[in-house]
Write a new protein. Structure first.
Length: 78
């Protein structure tokens, strides 16, 4: 392996994972908005960061206003 190739792996932890693995990553508020809009086909009217979740108020295609909670760690809807 070239010297340049070795440098790329210098910060990899001994167990084989890079620091800041996906387990430490939260989805952003913008990602939550995009996911909800894609899933519902609606338009997000309001979005709030509650710490461990995001609260999104959505106007659906049917004209209903719904509140959807998105888990910040997993991206799943509640």
């Amino acid at each position: 392996m070239s010297e340049r190739g070795r440098d790329r792996w210098r910060d990899v932890e001994p167990h084989g994972y890079a620091p800041g693995s996906s387990a430490d990553r939260r989805i952003t508020l913008n990602e939550a908005v995009e996911r909800v809009q894609r899933r519902t086909g609606g338009r997000v009217l309001d979005a709030r960061d509650l710490g461990d979740a995001y609260r999104l108020k959505v106007l659906t295609r049917n004209g209903e206003v719904r509140v959807i909670f998105v888990d910040a760690a997993t991206g799943s809807f509640r």
